[in-house]
Design a binder for this molecule. Structure first.
Ligand code: NAD
Ligand code: TDX
Length: 339
């Protein structure tokens, strides 16, 4: 595969994937299409923009004309779709844009791919399976677990997944889907739990923990997710779903306390606040299929990954401060004003 379109590459996981690909496949060209919504940050791609094998295009995946024009201009071998509205709390307040981007945007990309017989990979989430009870630690999500969504976010992701498999069955589109558990690592937008806790703790601000902090998430270091997608793109079976997760289950309170310990900050900063409506209790992935079929395994334990991540936020303070103070939105203008 020589030329890959990565949508949503100015966000958290997409940008990590771009860096992974540029490093792992130096002969590969990566084009990033990103609308630069509040969650997109071109500063994240600063190093990639210096690489001759990388091109950034500002554009919306729901804009059929713009997407078609890009596909006519470029000759893609594959598309990896990260572009999405991704924050559950925002989906509860304003669901509509989630339906538009996550479902209709996926359809636009699927149409562009199936017309040209281009390989398409959909980056989905374990949240499409709903949640598991806390008192059944023996239960895990497999690829056969029924779709059972809780939030407008997860419902929109599930709808997109169903569309992807429908395009496989009806049109023979060359598709795969991955469903990963919670990621953490560099370039994670500080509205999500881990980066929010690190940033707030460093600024001596309160740390909001929803409910009693007993909800469990299955954390995966972002680079391990990128490695899995790369493997699926190379060797995944068409029409298949692959679950991705590394058996790193932690309660939210455990995560918050771990971060505080690494930073040497006091637990007095913790504030228990009103719970998220419909809050999923526990996510836990069974990754047997991807391990057996593609030889994937996670390389970073939670203990190592959370230390590396905290260190990254300490060393890249201006990256998240620019987000907190809103300056990051000026980066695109600055970069492109003379072009
Ligand atoms: P993110 O919110 O950090 O990034 C999303 C990116 O998509 C941003 O750069 C944004 O500008 C872009 N975007 C949004 N709407 C767009 C549109 N209409 N057209 C073009 N670009 C648009 O998200 P993330 O955490 O990196 O998640 C990436 C993908 O991975 C999502 O599809 C998400 O559902 C999935 N996922 C995330 C996690 C996680 O823990 N973060 C876990 C599993 C799956
Ligand atoms: O301030 C907070 N306090 C808190 O207790 C925030 C932002 C979150 N939480 C809790 C809610 C969750 O139980 O922490 C947990 C993690 O929350 P988020 O970081 O918002 O992630 P989550 O809702 O689990 O969803 C994430 O993982 C799956 C991503 O945002 C999704 O895009 C992905 O699909």
């Amino acid at each position: 595969m020589k030329n890959i379109l990565v949508t949503g590459g100015a966000g958290f996981i997409g940008s990590n994937f771009i860096y992974y690909e540029l490093e792992k496949h130096p002969d590969r060209r990566i084009v990033c299409l990103d609308a630069l919504t509040y969650a997109g940050n071109l500063e994240t791609l600063e190093k990639a923009l210096k690489n001759k094998n990388f091109r950034f295009v500002k554009g919306d995946i729901t804009d059929r004309k713009a997407v078609e024009a890009l596909f006519e201009e470029e000759s893609f071998d594959a598309v990896v779709n990260f572009a999405a509205e991704s924050h559950v709390d925002r989906s509860i307040d304003e669901p509509e844009v989630f339906l538009k981007t996550n479902i209709l945007g996926t359809q636009v990309l699927l149409d562009a791919c199936r017309k040209r017989n281009i390989r398409f990979h959909q980056v989905s989430t374990d949240e499409v399976y709903g949640d598991l009870p806390l008192d059944r630690p023996d239960l895990f999500f497999t690829e056969e677990t029924p779709i059972h969504t809780s939030s407008p976010y997860s419902a929109s992701k599930a709808a997109a997944d169903l569309l992807v498999t429908a395009y496989f069955r009806t049109y023979g589109a060359k598709v795969t889907i991955s469903r990963c558990s919670n990621n953490y690592g560099p370039y994670h937008f500080p509205e999500k739990l881990i980066p929010l806790i690190i940033a707030n703790a460093l600024e001596g601000k309160e740390l909001p923990v929803y409910g009693e902090g007993k909800n469990v998430r299955d954390w995966l270091y972002v680079r391990d997710h990128c490695k899995a997608i790369d493997l699926i793109l190379e060797n995944g079976r068409l029409g298949e779903v692959y679950n991705i997760g590394g058996h790193n289950e932690k309660t939210n309170l455990e995560v918050v306390k771990t971060v505080l310990k690494i930073l040497g900050k006091s637990e007095d900063l913790i504030r228990f606040v009103k719970d998220r409506p419909g809050h999923d209790m526990r996510y836990a992935i069974d990754p047997t299929k991807i391990r057996n079929e593609l030889g994937w395994y996670p390389e970073t334990t939670f203990e190592e990954g959370i230390k590396k991540t905290t260190q990254w936020y300490l060393e890249n303070r201006s990256w998240w401060e620019n987000i907190m103070n809103g300056d990051y939105v000026k980066y695109y203008e600055k970069m492109y004003k003379n072009r």
